[in-house]
Ligand binder design. Structure first.
Ligand code: ADP
Ligand code: ZN
Length: 735
C-alpha cells in the first residue's frame, strides 16, 4: 500500500503549530492545494482550516491521523503571496498561524461559507423539455404544477420558485428522481467593476509636490518613501497622482487609513478624482458586503482597495502600490489577539511583492524618521500648505497667570469671542468625555471608585450615571458619599461640562459636542459633522475624534483645554504622542484663506517641551525624542516585546510571569534583558490583576530567538492555564 500524503492544516486555535490530516476519503487522486480551506474533525467538533503544506510523513502515529472531511475550495482562496504574508506575521509576532489566517479571512470564509455565493436553479433536462410525461406526474399535482412552470420558462432560480411555489423543493426532488429536471448551482454575478462620477480635476502640483512626484513616479519596485508634509500641504494630491498612474498600468492599489468612520471625506475625494469606486474594507461592514469587497480585491475587479488596519491582509490579484496615510497613528496597531502593526506589515508586504510603499504623515513616527536617517526610507517633505494658507500660530496660555474659571482662562474666552465675531469657527478640544473625571466627597474627600478596576468613576451628567472608562461598568450617580454620607460634587472638566460652560458664556450660539457618547446614535456623527462643515455651528467641543482628517472651512481657532497630562507621561513615547496630538488638532485651524490660531492652556508654561514645540515644531520635538531614545536605548535603538498576563488572582499572575522568566532564562540570550515581573500601573482592571515581563534586545534577531524558544514552552506549561497571557512584539503601550 502506497503511503498517503499528509495535509498540514492551519486551524484557528491558540497553538503554534499545524495539524496533520489524511486526504479526504474520496479525493486521494486530486489533492487540494495549499491555500484551500478544508473541513476537518478537531477535538469533538468540526473546524474550517486552511491547508498550508503537503508533507510525506507525520509525527502523529498513523492510527491517530484523521481524515479531512471535505475540501471547501476547488482553488486556493489564499494564494502564495497571501500565505507568505501570513507566515511572516505569524513568525514576526510569535502568534499561532491558525489565528493569523483567521485575521486574514472575512468572517463568512472563516466559518466555511463559500467564496462565491452560489445560487441554485432548477432546470428541465433534455428529456423533460421534449416530451411531457403526463402520466409520470398525474398523481402528483404539485410535481405537475412545478413541471408546468418549468415548461413555461425552461429554468427557474431558487428564489423565484420560493415566491411562485412555496415548498417547491419536495416536488422538485420527485422531478429530479424521474430525470425530468435537475438542480444546478450557478455562481453569483461577478462583482461589478466599481464606478463613480469623476467630479474633480487635479490641481497643478506645486514645486514641492512636483519634487516628490519626480522622486516617486515611474518606480515600480520595492522602496519605502515617507511623505512628511504638514496638514494641508497636499500629501493626498501626491497619493492621488501615484494611485492614478498605478491603476492606469492595470495594477491595484491598497490604501490604509487609520479609522474609516472619520474619513468619508477622504474616500469621497479619492473616488471623485479617480472616477471609480473604492472597495472599502473595515470592521463595521456587514459580513456579506465585506466578503463581496474582499472578493473584488482578490479577483482584481477592484482597482482601489481602501481600508483600516485589517485591510493590510486583503488579497490582490495584481498589486502595484501600497499607501499608508497618517502612518504614525496608533490605531494601526491591533491591541488584542494578533498584535500586529498594519503599517509595519504593509512594508513587509511591499517588500515581498516588490512594490512601492508610500507612508504619509504631518507628524511621522520616530521609528519612520529614524529609518529615513539610516537611509532605509526616502524622506520627501512638503513644508508649506498647498493652497497658500499660512500654518496656524501656536500660543500658550499660562494658567498660573490666568487662573481658569470652569476650565476656561480669560484670554481663551476673549479669543473665542473675537474669532466668532469675525465669522470664524472655534474648536475646543478636551480629551476627556463625560461631565467630570471624578466625583468627590466635600466632607471626607473620598472619591467614587470602580469596584473592578484601580480607577475612578467618571461622572456622566447627561445619563445621570457614574461610568468606568476602563471596564465599562456603570452605576447610578451617587447623591451622597458612600463612605461618610456627606455631600458629593463633580471635580474637573469633561466635554459635557465644558459644553454647559460654553453655552452659558455664549448663549447666542449653538454648541456642537462631538465625542464617542454624543455620536453613539446612528447618523449622529454625520449630522454633527455636517453642521460643523456647513458653518451652521460656530463652536465645537470634542475629543480626539475631531482631531483627524476633517476639513472645516471656517475653523480659525483651536483651543486645547488640558495638555499637561502628556508632559509627565512615564512612557518613552509620551512627548512624541503629545506633540502629534497637538499638531493634528492644530492642523484643523485655518485651512482656507484665514490664518488659524491655536491656544494651549497649560499650568507648566516653563516646561522645555513647550519651548521645543513652539520654536522648532514637530521636527524639533521628534529630533529631541530620538536623541532621548538613543541615550536610554529605547526603540528603535533596541527591540522590545512584552509578555502580558492577567488573572483574577494576583498571585497567579505573578507566579506565571516568574515561571515564564525562568523558562526564558533557559534559552541562549545573547544580549536580551528580561525585566520584571512587574504589575501594570493600573494593576486591576475588570476584576483581573495584570502584570508583565519586558524583553529588551539589541537586535531583532536576538529578541526573536528568545521568543521563539519561549512561546512553545508557555503553550506546554500547565500553570499557564490559570492565566490569560499574550506576547506583544513592538508594543506601543508599555503598560
Ligand atoms: P494633506 O493631504 O497634506 O492634508 P491635501 O492634499 O488635502 O493636503 O491638500 C490640502 C488642500 O490644498 C486641498 O484642498 C487641496 O485640494 C489643495 N491643494 C493640494 N495641492 C494643491 C496644488 N498643487 N494647488 C492648489 N491646491 C492644492
Ligand atoms: Zn472599571
Amino acid at each position: 500500500m502506497s503511503r498517503e500524503p499528509i495535509l498540514r492544516v492551519a486551524i484557528n486555535a491558540p497553538l503554534s503549530r499545524l495539524f496533520d490530516y489524511l486526504p479526504p476519503a474520496d479525493g486521494a487522486n486530486s489533492l487540494p492545494r495549499p491555500g484551500c480551506r478544508l473541513l476537518v474533525p478537531f477535538g469533538r467538533r468540526r473546524q474550517t482550516g486552511v491547508l498550508l503544506e503537503v508533507a510525506k510523513t507525520s509525527d502523529v502515529p498513523a492510527a491517530r491521523l484523521k481524515r479531512v472531511q471535505k475540501v471547501l475550495d476547488p482553488e486556493p482562496i489564499l494564494r502564495e503571496p497571501d500565505l507568505r504574508l501570513i507566515r511572516f506575521a505569524s513568525d514576526y509576532y510569535h502568534h499561532p498561524i491558525g489565528e493569523v489566517v483567521g485575521c486574514a479571512l472575512p468572517a463568512p470564509l472563516r466559518q466555511g461559507k463559500p467564496l462565491h455565493e452560489s445560487r441554485q436553479r432548477l432546470k428541465l433536462t433534455a428529456d423533460g423539455a421534449h416530451a411531457v410525461p403526463a402520466e409520470a406526474v398525474r398523481r402528483a399535482p404539485r410535481q405537475s404544477a412545478l413541471l408546468e412552470l418549468l415548461q413555461r420558462d425552461g429554468s427557474l432560480a431558487a428564489e423565484e420558485l420560493d415566491r411562485l411555489l412555496p415548498g417547491w423543493r419536495q416536488p422538485a426532488r420527485g422531478l429530479v428522481a424521474k430525470g425530468v429536471a435537475e438542480l444546478v448551482e450557478e455562481l453569483g454575478p461577478p462583482p461589478a467593476a466599481g464606478s463613480a462620477q469623476k467630479t474633480a480635476t487635479a490641481p497643478v502640483p506645486n514645486p514641492d509636490q512636483a519634487a516628490a512626484l519626480e522622486a516617486l513616479s515611474g518606480r515600480r519596485d520595492f522602496h519605502v518613501a515617507l511623505l512628511d508634509g504638514i496638514t494641508g500641504s497636499g500629501k493626498t494630491e501626491v497619493y492621488l497622482s501615484l494611485i492614478q498612474e498605478t491603476i492606469a498600468l492595470g495594477r491595484q492599489v491598497l490604501v490604509l487609513v487609520p479609522e474609516i468612520g472619520l474619513t468619508p471625506q477622504f474616500v469621497g475625494r479619492l473616488e471623485g478624482r479617480l472616477g471609480l469606486a473604492a472597495a472599502v474594507l473595515h470592521s463595521s461592514l456587514p459580513d456579506s458586503v465585506r466578503l463581496a469587497t474582499w472578493r473584488a480585491a482578490r479577483s482584481g475587479a477592484a482597482p482601489l482597495v481602501l481600508g483600516t488596519r485589517s485591510a493590510v491582509f486583503a488579497p490582490m490579484q495584481n498589486p502595484g502600490l501600497i499607501v499608508v496615510d497618517e502612518e504614525h497613528d496608533g490605531s494601526y496597531k491591533q491591541q488584542e489577539g494578533l498584535r500586529y502593526s498594519a503599517r509595519d506589515l504593509a512594508i513587509a508586504r511591499g517588500k515581498q511583492l516588490d512594490i512601492p510603499v508610500v507612508l504619509g504623515s504631518a507628524t511621522p513616527s520616530i521609528e519612520s524618521l529614524s529609518r529615513c536617517r539610516e537611509g532605509a526610507y526616502r524622506r520627501l517633505t512638503l513644508p508649506a500648505r498647498a493652497g497658500g494658507a499660512a500654518p496656524p500660530l501656536l500660543r500658550l496660555v499660562d494658567l498660573n497667570r490666568h487662573p481658569p474659571t470652569e476650565g476656561l482662562a480669560r484670554p481663551v474666552v476673549e479669543a473665542m469671542r473675537r474669532h466668532i465675531d469675525e465669522g470664524g469657527q472655534v474648536l475646543v478640544f478636551l480629551n476627556r468625555r463625560g461631565y467630570a473625571p471624578t466625583l468627590i466627597c466635600r466632607s471626607c474627600s473620598a472619591v467614587a471608585e470602580c469596584r473592578r478596576c484601580d480607577a475612578r468613576m467618571t461622572v456622566h451628567a447627561r445619563s445621570g450615571r457614574l461610568m468606568c472608562h476602563h471596564c465599562g461598568a456603570a452605576r447610578p450617580l451617587d447623591d451622597s458619599c458612600a463612605a461618610c454620607g456627606g455631600p458629593v460634587a463633580p471635580l474637573g472638566q469633561g466635554t459635557e461640562r465644558l459644553e454647559d460652560t460654553l453655552q452659558q458664556r455664549f448663549p447666542d450660539f449653538a454648541i456642537t459636542r462631538i465625542d464617542s457618547d454624543s455620536t453613539r446614535a446612528r447618523g449622529a456623527m454625520d449630522q454633527a459633522l455636517a453642521a460643523a462643515i456647513s458653518g451652521q455651528t460656530r463652536i465645537m467641543v470634542g475629543t480626539q475624534i475631531l482631531s483627524k482628517g476633517h476639513h472645516f472651512p471656517d475653523l480659525t481657532l483651536v483651543v486645547v483645554i488640558n495638555a499637561d497630562q502628556g508632559l509627565f507621561s512615564t512612557d518613552f513615547r509620551g512627548t512624541e504622542r503629545l506633540a502629534q496630538g497637538l499638531i493634528q488638532v492644530a492642523g484643523r485651524a485655518g485651512r482656507e484663506s484665514r490664518q488659524g490660531e491655536v491656544l494651549i492652556q497649560t499650568a507648566f508654561a516653563a516646561h522645555p517641551f513647550w519651548h521645543e514645540l513652539l520654536t522648532g515644531g514637530y521636527e524639533r520635538v521628534a529630533a529631541m525624542a530620538l536623541e532621548e531614545r538613543e541615550d536610554a536605548a529605547w526603540p528603535p535603538f533596541s527591540r522590545l516585546a512584552l509578555l502580558r498576563a492577567s488573572s483574577t488572582r494576583r498571585a497567579d499572575t505573578h507566579r506565571f510571569l516568574e515561571i515564564a522568566r525562568e523558562l526564558a532564562d533557559d534559552s541562549p540570550q545573547d544580549g536580551t534583558r528580561v525585566l520584571g515581573p512587574v504589575a501594570a500601573p493600573m494593576e486591576r482592571r475588570a476584576g483581573r490583576y495584570r502584570g508583565q515581563l519586558l524583553f529588551q534586545s539589541r537586535t531583532r534577531r536576538a529578541l526573536h530567538r528568545v521568543l521563539a524558544s519561549l512561546r512553545p514552552k508557555l503553550e506546554e506549561e500547565p500553570f499557564a492555564r490559570r492565566v490569560r497571557w499574550s506576547i506583544d512584539v513592538d508594543p506601543l503601550e508599555l503598560f
